[in-house]
Design a protein around this ligand. Structure first.
Ligand SMILES: Cc1cc2nc3c(=O)[nH]c(=O)nc-3n(C[C@H](O)[C@H](O)[C@H](O)COP(=O)(O)OP(=O)(O)OC[C@H]3O[C@@H](n4cnc5c(N)ncnc54)[C@H](O)[C@@H]3O)c2cc1C
Length: 412
């Protein structure tokens, strides 16, 4: 019998690993256990389920049936509740024991629900993470004229825009002085803020919710710590995420925030691996341990884990702790590496115009590119990512990095 591979979690990291293993080991038995009811799908697309631009069937990963056709057994509604690393089995919620030779933990993360807000369990309160959340939000939005979003991170902004597009009034409540505080300093965010204001999003900064107020139809208002009350029929919480590690409690897999993975994605116990949002890996800009929440990182780590599981020793080149490339309100931006520069000992260069903002960050000595933030015009961002991540020597290209005249020829 071939090697038995078990993958817990069937999303970016898990499916990338499954495909990679299949390419390298044609006879291995690959089982993916997913606690979601839906077959694997492209998670970044779920806001389009809310605004009705996509159906669930449109966002499946690589179409229908492909995973089973490749001899990858994807089991949905199959939650793993515990792992026995000595006996090499996992137990599912339906009490089934599934044996493995090698196992990947690719369980991602779940939304953090702050204990400081009372009543978050009320009908009409959501947090956008799964396709099921998106379907439920689309449903609730039909009887909603005002939605309140708690948190100004990228996921909540995406959910906010999906609701705005349905002509619902949306108010974003942010404790920080500005939106997207994880991805940029407040003073760097003015172009994004202008785009959000123009798009009609109402933003309240420097305050937070204390209570969800309900009537017979669920949420009917949000009480704020400044004494104000916002009447609404829907709330979406976007206050960050927590890695899904509960099923490993009591096991000997090392956990510190997420699952500790080494430079080959291996965990603390032989034949166990971790990849994606659940894994603690290292930041290639700072060298520090980090957990990220990005589809591309999860896929890269999943591929690396798949190669190592199939016996091909492969090093993971690390991730950028802060890295996001997306757009809100038609304003594209890329934020990568060290971008929070206030009171930091770094060399910073900023160039700005009416519709672009570009901030380039070097280390203190000015010898190494450590971060970049582009808003409006994001051309060549991939090359900057390459220089940061691979710690490329910049002696001959520093002025090009600063003046945005870098091109592929500089790497040849
Ligand atoms: C609304 C939204 C928009 C996003 N937009 C972007 C974007 O534009 N660009 C970008 O790069 N990233 C985006 N992301 C982030 C991106 O989706 C994640 O970084 C990526 O999905 C992480 O992949 P993963 O495989 O590590 O984990 P996940 O995608 O979180 O998948 C983990 C899977 O494991 C399952 N699972 C958990 N515990 C168990 C268990 N015990 N047993 C079985 N199964 C389990 C989970 O239910 C889930 O299906 C977005 C995320 C959301 C929610």
């Amino acid at each position: 019998m071939g090697t038995q591979y078990v993958i817990v979690g069937g999303s970016a990291a898990g499916m990338a690993a499954a495909h990679t293993i299949r390419k390298k080991d044609s006879s291995g038995i690959i089982t993916v256990l997913s606690n979601e009811k839906t077959a694997p799908y492209f998670r970044p697309m779920i806001p389009y389920i809310i605004n009705g631009k996509k159906q669930v069937s449109d966002i499946g990963l690589s179409g229908k049936g492909m995973f089973t056709a490749k001899g990858i057994d994807v089991r949905t509604a199959a939650a793993v509740v515990s792992v026995d690393t000595a006996g090499k089995t996992v137990k599912t919620g339906s009490d089934e024991n599934v044996p493995y030779d090698k196992i990947l933990f690719a369980t991602g993360s779940r939304p953090y629900m702050p204990e400081t807000v009372n009543g978050l369990e009320a009908p009409g309160v959501f947090s956008l993470k799964t396709v099921a959340d998106a379907v439920a939000m689309a449903d609730r939005s039909r009887k909603t004229d005002h939605a309140v979003m708690l948190g100004g991170g990228i996921l909540n902004l995406k959910a906010a825009f999906a609701l705005l597009e349905k002509k619902i009034k949306v108010t974003l409540v942010v404790y920080s002085p500005e939106v997207l505080s994880q991805l940029m300093d407040p003073e760097d965010a003015f172009l994004v803020r202008k785009a959000l204001d123009t798009a009609g999003l109402s933003i309240l900064t420097g305050c937070s919710a204390t209570d969800i107020i309900t009537d017979t139809d669920g949420v009917c208002a949000v009480a704020l710590d400044n004494g104000k009350e916002l009447p609404c029929r829907m709330v979406c919480v976007g206050k960050g995420v927590i890695p899904n590690t509960d099923f490993l409690h009591g096991s000997d897999i090392k956990i510190d925030r997420g699952i500790i993975a080494d430079t080959t994605t291996a965990c603390s116990v032989k034949d166990t691996f971790a990849a994606g949002d659940v894994a603690v890996t290292y930041d290639s800009a700072t060298g520090e341990k980090t957990v990220t929440a990005l589809w591309t990182n999860a896929v890269e780590m999943g591929i690396c884990a798949g190669l190592n599981m199939a016996g091909i020793n492969t090093r993971y080149s690390g991730t950028l702790g802060i890295m996001n490339a997306t757009q809100v309100a038609n304003e594209p931006f890329v934020s990568m590496g060290i971008v929070h520069t206030k009171d930091k000992d770094v060399e910073t260069h900023i160039k700005t115009s009416n519709n672009t903002y570009r901030k380039i960050v070097f280390n203190k000595k000015g010898t190494c590119l450590v971060g970049a933030l582009f808003i409006g015009d994001i051309t060549n961002a991939g090359m900057y990512r390459y220089v940061i991540r691979e710690k490329k020597p910049i002696a001959g290209i520093k002025s090009h990095l600063i003046n945005h005249t870098l091109h592929y020829g500089h790497f040849m």
